[in-house]
Ligand binder design. Structure first.
Ligand code: KG4
Ligand code: ZN
Length: 342
């Protein structure tokens, strides 16, 4: 197997990222450098990612991130075999910033160019970190994604199901907002939940009675809002214990539906490994439940290090290497795609 060293570029949401990944002769891949520059502070005042601000910041910072990654790896363009870039899905202005930058570099250096689907990057991460064998089942749970994938090869993905509305991270963030907790909501809700009683306040388990692996979080979020209003009725605000109990009940409801849908997916698709990715995979209750599920089914549970579970360019460089081995490169007509289902 040919030894390959790829530059990866990621700019599809609110992280500008560049990384260098190398795979020598069929050995385990090595991350030589991974630079991730978040934009949280730029969007903080607006209560969400503003696409124009994101695109401009990517365009301004991307070459600096690439330079930093190459310096860290101690590599020049002559040491690279190709450039892999996220070509979608995502906020189109940001994706374009990355794709234009990658095309410029490819044209100037004559290096091959390969466009990678951002979700494929997440989905192939278990092979970057742990050389997991195909096939495996993957659960992507973050602020923007929520889906079960069966992965049979570098470009062979089957979407088994996913959220029909909000992603769970989005629900954690909105629940934090209505309970006056800081953003990002996930860690704040988790900390409150640790002090609460998950059984006191009843909340729904959306879509649990429906067959298949689809999920829904928007109704759960509304149920939290209603419960909050009920608990506050006649009082000036929400009592501290009520807030903790509500967080615990919400987190338990999310963990219950994720665990049950995972059980179904893994029963219908018996594979050796179940992997998670995305910011919500950092939740300790959700992790513990999924770990226990895999233990009971005799399946390996894999949660890669958080820095590689959330948006980064190492996963894009790695997906580029795997896909390049399979299908070769793209050309300079590569286009940026706002929507690109796997
Ligand atoms: O993968 P990620 O960093 O970014 C994108 O979605 O692009 O995921 C961020 C999401 C946020 O919604 C955040 O609230 C959630 O992951 N999150 C958590 C926890 N840590 C982060 N949700 C639940 N529990 C956590 N401990
Ligand atoms: Zn992502």
């Amino acid at each position: 197997m040919q030894s390959l060293t790829f530059l990866g570029i990621e700019s599809s949401c609110d992280d500008t990222a560049a990384a260098i990944v190398r795979q020598r002769d069929g050995a385990a891949p090595e991350i030589l450098a991974s630079v991730v520059e978040g934009q949280t502070s730029l969007h903080a005042a607006f209560g969400g990612v503003v696409p124009e601000i994101a695109a401009r910041a990517h365009a301004e910072r991307i070459d600096l991130c690439i330079e930093q990654a190459m310096t860290q790896a101690g590599i020049g363009f002559a040491g690279l075999d190709a450039i892999a870039v996220t070509a979608g899905p995502g906020l189109i202005g940001g994706v374009l910033s990355g794709v234009m930058c990658a095309k410029g570099l490819a044209a100037a250096t004559s290096l091959p160019l390969i466009g990678v689907n951002h979700l494929a990057g997440h989905a192939l991460t278990p092979r970057l970190t742990d050389q997991v064998a195909y096939p495996y089942v993957m659960l992507l749970v973050s602020g923007g994604h929520c889906q079960f994938l069966r992965v049979d090869g570098p470009e062979a993905f089957t979407r088994l199901g996913g959220s029909i509305d909000d992603a769970p991270g989005e629900a954690f963030d909105k629940v934090a907002k209505v309970l006056a907790l800081p953003q990002p909501g996930g860690p704040a809700v988790q900390a409150e939940a640790a002090k609460g009683d998950a059984k006191r306040i009843p909340l729904p388990r959306p879509l649990l009675d429906r067959p298949g692996y689809d999920l829904s979080f928007s109704g759960l979020k509304t149920a939290v809002l209603r419960a909050r209003d009920g608990l506050m009725a006649g009082l000036g605000g929400l009592r501290r214990q009520d807030r903790a109990d509500l967080c615990a009940a919400f987190q338990r409801a999310v963990a219950d539906v994720l665990t049950e849908k995972s059980r179904r997916a893994l029963t219908d698709h018996p594979v050796g490994t179940f992997a998670v990715a995305g910011g919500v995979a950092a939740n300790t209750e959700i992790r513990a439940r999924l770990q226990a599920l895999c233990d009971s089914l005799g399946i390996r549970f894999l949660a890669p290090p958080l820095a590689l579970c959330t948006d980064n360019a190492a996963m894009i460089a790695w997906a580029g290497i795997e896909q390049f081995r399979q299908r070769g490169a793209d050309d300079l007509t590569l286009s940026a795609r706002p929507r690109w289902p796997l």
